[in-house]
Design a binder for this molecule. Structure first.
Ligand code: XUL
Ligand code: CO
Length: 442
């Protein structure tokens, strides 16, 4: 991938990040992510399909509820919205190509500022789609997914597709239509729905059943429109239990799967799982991955991590090798992502204000995933990991256990077996042994 610099270089003094190996002392180099290295039959680039997130890296300015912006972007200066957005896109493609990120993801309003005028917004987005087309063509960077932000504008304070006011819902529809048009025009491989305000603040004023039916109708309408326009990619729902809403309908993987099944959306939709959303739901990320894999619905993931000491979505960059090895075990055994990849839905801290900080953050994340991939593959190929789990269920492989699995035993049959065989011997789950096994391979 060649570095693409626009009118002006925004990340001066930083060249393209290269693989230098685990012994390198260069903080601006990869130690593990070697895009052409083959692991388990595919290159790292093909397995991991890394994407940069427009919103955190080029829009999020470090402001928090207690303080103003600390990331003062050079690309955010011009008066005219479309010209300003082009500068931002120059910065984005400079960063993506310097980082060797094969993909990117955006919300409509990340790309260009929106007004309250639907037609003007469509014009602005179209101008940036034309610009992005050139940037993609000259760099080779591709769009992993597009989405519409249906949560920031004040009109969405009571939800978008689940808003009690149909007029608001219609604006959500207009935005999704334009975002789908943009995604399709840019060859986007998937389209995401994350419903930050699709839920409630209090049940006292909420008809939950009606709102969920509206959400399903809205998703069907979006899917039907995109298919009519020739979109072949996958739609993803991104589960999150709460924040900004008190309760979100897409609570976790299991909830979303049952929603998709209930409303006949399983043919077109899969899941985009996010690490920090899993922990907010009271699950490990591994749990969410396993639920999705078991349903054949692991589409994509948003990479980040939470903070052990607080309970909100801190979106920090991933760096926990143990957690990612356990995750990669599930992803590899599950056959990888169905259409998606690993999107860095993560932000550098408010007080990380050097130009290089965004690079360090992504290098750390990409290296940790690459290392986790290698370790997980070694565990699967060379250790007893799989055998230990398979052996635990050996009693169902033949005899009465097998007959039970095949649905051939009654409750009376179970009783008869228990009487005949007396008290079972205790069999260890070997948890500590398995935890050590992961560490041996790291
Ligand atoms: C918010 C979040 C979103 C989605 C896209 O928690 O994860 O950025 O990924 O709307
Ligand atoms: Co996300």
């Amino acid at each position: 991938m060649s570095v693409i610099i626009g009118e002006k270089e925004f990340f001066k003094g930083i060249d393209q990040i290269k693989y230098e190996g685990p012994e390198s002392k260069n903080p601006l180099a990869f130690r593990w992510y070697d895009e052409n290295r083959v692991v388990a039959g595919k290159t790292m680039k093909e397995h991991l399909r890394f994407a940069g997130a427009y919103w955190h890296s080029f829009c999020g300015n470090g402001a928090d509820p207690f303080g103003e912006a600390t990331h003062l972007f050079e690309w955010d200066k011009k008066q005219d919205a479309v010209e300003r957005a082009k500068d931002k896109m120059d910065a984005a493609f400079e960063f993506l190509t310097k980082m060797n990120l094969p993909y990117y993801c955006f919300h409509d309003v990340d790309v260009v500022d929106y007004t309250s005028d639907v037609v003007e917004n469509e014009r602005r987005l179209q101008a940036l789609v034309d610009y992005a087309k050139q940037k993609q063509a000259s760099s080779g960077v591709k769009l992993l997914w597009g989405t519409a932000n249906l949560f920031s504008n004040r009109r969405y304070m009571n939800g978008a597709a689940t808003n009690p006011d149909f007029h608001v819902l219609s604006h959500g529809g207009a935005q999704v239509k334009a975002a789908l048009d943009a995604t399709i025009a840019l060859g986007g491989e998937n389209y995401v729905f994350w419903g930050g305000r699709e839920g409630y603040m209090t049940l006292l004023n909420t008809d939950m059943k009606r709102e969920q039916e509206h959400l399903a109708r809205f998703l069907h309408a979006a899917k039907d429109y995109a298919r009519k326009q020739g979109f072949k990619g996958t739609f993803f729902i991104e589960p999150k239990p709460c924040e900004p809403s008190k309760h979100q309908y897409d609570y976790d993987a299991a909830t979303v799967i049952s929603f998709l099944r209930q409303y006949d959306l399983l043919n077109d939709f899969k899941l985009n799982l996010e690490v920090n959303h899993a922990t907010l739901a009271g699950h490990t990320f591994q749990h969410e991955l396993q639920v999705a894999v078991d349903a054949g619905l692991l589409g994509s993931m948003d990479a980040n991590r939470g903070d052990y000491q607080n309970g909100w979505d801190t979106d920090q960059f991933p760096n926990n090798i143990n957690e990612l090895v356990e995750s990669m075990l599930i992803i590899l055994e599950g056959g990888g992502f169905k259409g998606g990849g690993i999107n860095f839905d993560a932000k550098i801290r408010r007080n990380s204000t050097d130009n290089a900080d965004l690079f360090y953050a992504h290098i750390g994340g990409m290296d940790t995933f690459a290392r986790a991939l290698v370790v997980a593959d070694n565990i699967l190929q060379h250790s007893e990991y799989k055998k230990i789990r398979t052996d635990r269920y050996a009693s169902f492989d033949n005899g009465k256990g097998k007959a039970f699995e095949e649905g051939k035993l009654t409750l009376e049959d179970l009783r008869a077996f228990a009487v005949e065989n007396g008290e079972p011997v205790l069999k260890s789950g070997r948890q500590e042994y398995l935890e050590n096994l992961i560490n041996w391979y790291i």
